[in-house]
Design a binder for this molecule. Structure first.
Ligand SMILES: *Cc1c(COP(=O)(O)O)cnc(C)c1O
Length: 394
């Protein structure tokens, strides 16, 4: 017997659930890419991306996923042999650094912990030691989707400035933009990047980069530049060059609709919605943890992301739970990655998510824990409901 029918629900951290209005926005003919309408679409989106990044700097749209946008950030500001400091806090900054190494940079990893956030004091100390300023860029992620950590990007920016170090500060917001506050200019960030398919509720295929004036100055002398990613190629007035070729017209229609929806809701409301739903998930997992099998991967409460929760599983196979949720109930959970391969699972709560989606997902996990006889504290979903009832006033 199964109780799945209808649409399968993706509770994985990307690609995420897309609103029907976003899907519908693509169901129309392509635009003439030389038309005025096309130019206006691009101009509007570039301006709105700068609003989302909270920068007066320049934004760029690439036909790429997050990995492509990483390459865009690196190739535009680095020269071969430049040293890059990667702030480890899970998997993704390491992978970004691996791309930099493959492209010819020298990469140093400031060791982190899979269960904790980056510690700003350690960043400051490392940069103070770099007296001749050999480090040219510092890479950090705001939310690491593997560990479920949230890094205090503002505090790390302050640490870089406190060290008096001129390295460019580069931040990955793939799993946080549009879901949690981000202030590129206010926090002293030089380059930020993101992707379409997570918090921004749009199909995979668009990568976003924003660059400060300082980054664009460094760009002038960078020698890793290549034609497709190059900011200078895209800065001119000619629209065709803004995508280094044909514009991804339908993905842009989708993005336009998604950003409209985000602005209609209001960014502050979207941030608050993510905070409340994330806390509901954490309360459920904390209750289940009483059974000594499940636990929240991130040990410090203040370091847990509002977009994804990583759950460690001790002594039981997460595959059985994953399979139960998908095959019996139609909910797809994220698998454990990084240090939690085969030892955990992830619950995404980013982008187009609401109370029934989150409570439904939690309810299905609790069904699975019961059906599979996995020891757990009773009433996790109830704890999530209690939290939301307290937080969302009548
Ligand atoms: C998903 C993700 C990426 C990679 O994005 P792709 O589109 O899969 O290439 C990079 N960074 C973070 C933090 C992510 O969550």
């Amino acid at each position: 017997m199964t109780v799945r029918a209808g649409r399968e629900f993706l509770a994985i951290p990307g690609p995420t659930n897309m609103p029907d209005d976003v899907l519908r926005a693509m169901h129309r003919p392509a635009l003439d890419i030389y038309s005025r309408e096309m130019v206006e679409l691009t101009d509007g989106l570039l301006g709105d991306l700068s609003t989302l990044f909270a920068t007066k700097g320049h934004s760029y749209i690439y036909i790429a996923n997050g990995h492509g946008a990483w390459e865009a950030t690196l190739s535009n500001v680095l020269s071969r042999g430049d040293k890059v400091l990667v702030l480890e806090s899970g998997r993704f900054a390491i992978n970004w650094g691996n791309a930099a190494a493959a492209m010819g940079a020298e990469v140093e990893v400031l060791k982190g912990d899979f269960r904790r956030a980056i510690r700003p004091a350690e960043v400051e100390e490392r940069l103070r030691q770099d007296k001749n300023h050999s480090i040219k860029a510092v890479l950090a992620v705001q939310v690491d989707t593997a560990s479920g950590v949230f890094n205090d990007i503002e505090a790390i920016g302050k640490a870089i400035r406190a060290a008096g170090h001129p390295a460019l500060y580069m931040v990955d917001t793939v799993a946080s933009l549009g879901c949690m506050p981000f202030e590129m200019d206010g926090w002293g960030i030089d380059v930020a990047m993101s992707g379409s398919q997570k918090g921004l509720m749009t199909p995979p295929g668009l990568g976003f980069v924003a660059a400060s004036d300082r980054a664009r100055e460094v760009h002038r002398h960078a020698n890793m530049r290549t034609p497709y990613w190059d900011w200078t190629e895209r800065d001119g007035p000619e629209h065709y060059r803004k995508y280094a070729g044909t514009a991804p017209v339908h993905l842009l229609f989708a993005l336009r609709q998604a950003i409209n929806m985000l602005f209609e809701e209001g960014l502050e409301n979207a941030f608050q919605r993510h905070r409340l739903l994330a806390e509901a998930v954490r309360r459920a997992v904390a209750t289940w943890s009483e059974g000594q099998v499940l636990s929240l991967n991130i040990t410090e409460a203040g370091e847990r992301a509002n977009t994804v929760t990583t759950v460690a599983m001790n002594g039981h196979d997460p595959v059985a739970l994953h399979r139960y949720a998908k095959e019996k109930c139609g909910v797809v959970l994220g698998t454990g990655i990084g240090e939690l391969i085969g030892k955990g699972f992830r619950i995404a709560h980013m982008g187009h998510v609401n109370a029934p989606m989150i409570l439904g997902t939690l309810g299905v996990i609790e069904m699975g824990l019961n059906a599979l006889d996995i020891p757990h504290g009773k009433g996790g979903t109830g704890a999530a409901i209690d939290w939301l009832a307290e937080s969302v006033n009548a």
